[in-house]
Design a protein around this ligand. Structure first.
Ligand code: SF4
Length: 189
C-alpha cells in the first residue's frame, strides 16, 4: 500500500498523485488541509516521527517506509519501478533544450505520455514525428513535424507552449501565462 500525504492546493502534491496513479498500485491519499484539526495534528505527529521535524510535501510512504519527501520525480519513479526509456529520453532532451529556453511541461504525466508517443513514432517511422499530428512515414513530407517541430518557436513565443504542450517557456512553467489552446500552424493538405 502506498500512502500519499499532501495538501490539496500544492501543485507538487498533485503531480506526485498523477505519477502514483500511473504506477497502478493501491493508493491511500491523505490531504492534510481537509482533515479536522485533531486528525491533522495526529497525522503531522506521525509524519514527524517518520521524516523529522521539517516536513516537505508531498510525503510518500510505502508499507511504512518513506520513499519520497517533496516531489522528486526521478526518485519516485525509481522507487515505483517506473523508470523507462521515456525518462532516459527526457534527461537527454532536457540537457539540450533547457539552455535554449525550452522547458518540459511541469506535469510529469503529460511529458511522459508525449515522450512515449515520440518513441513510438521513432519505432514506426525511424524518426520522432510529433505525437499530436498525423505522420505519413515519409521523412521528407514530415520534416516540419519532426520534434522539435518547425512551429515550436512561434508557438512558444506566442502561447508559452508548443502545440502538444511538451515544451513550455519559463513564464508558462511558472504559471504566469494563461493556458490557451494553441491553434495548428501547419498548413493543411
Ligand atoms: S508540437 Fe511540441 S511535441 Fe509536437 S513536434 Fe512540436 S515541439 Fe515536439
Amino acid at each position: 500500500m502506498i500512502e500519499l500525504y499532501g495538501i490539496t492546493t500544492c501543485i507538487h502534491c498533485k503531480m506526485a498523485k498523477s505519477l502514483l496513479m500511473k504506477g497502478g498500485r493501491p493508493l491511500r491519499e491523505i490531504w492534510l488541509d481537509t482533515l479536522t484539526p485533531e486528525k491533522q495534528e495526529a497525522t503531522l505527529a506521525r509524519l514527524k516521527e517518520l521524516v523529522g521535524p521539517r516536513i516537505g510535501f508531498p510525503v510518500v510512504i510505502e508499507d511504512g517506509r518513506v520513499i519520497s519527501i517533496g516531489f522528486k520525480e526521478g526518485e519516485l519513479r525509481r522507487s515505483l519501478g517506473l523508470e523507462d526509456e521515456a525518462e532516459r529520453l527526457k534527461e537527454v532532451l532536457a540537457k539540450a533544450q533547457e539552455p535554449l529556453g525550452y522547458f518540459f511541461n511541469p506535469d510529469p504525466v503529460v511529458v511522459h505520455e508525449l515522450l512515449s508517443g515520440l518513441l513510438e513514432n521513432r519505432r514506426r517511422y525511424g524518426y520522432m514525428a510529433c505525437p499530436c499530428r498525423l505522420a505519413t512515414g515519409d521523412r521528407e513530407r514530415d520534416a516540419d513535424i519532426i520534434c522539435p517541430c518547425r512551429y515550436r518557436e512561434a508557438d512558444v513565443q506566442e502561447y508559452g507552449r508548443c502545440y502538444c504542450g511538451l515544451y513550455v517557456n519559463e513564464a508558462w512553467k511558472m504559471g504566469k501565462l494563461p493556458t490557451r489552446e494553441v491553434p495548428e500552424r501547419r498548413p493543411q493538405g
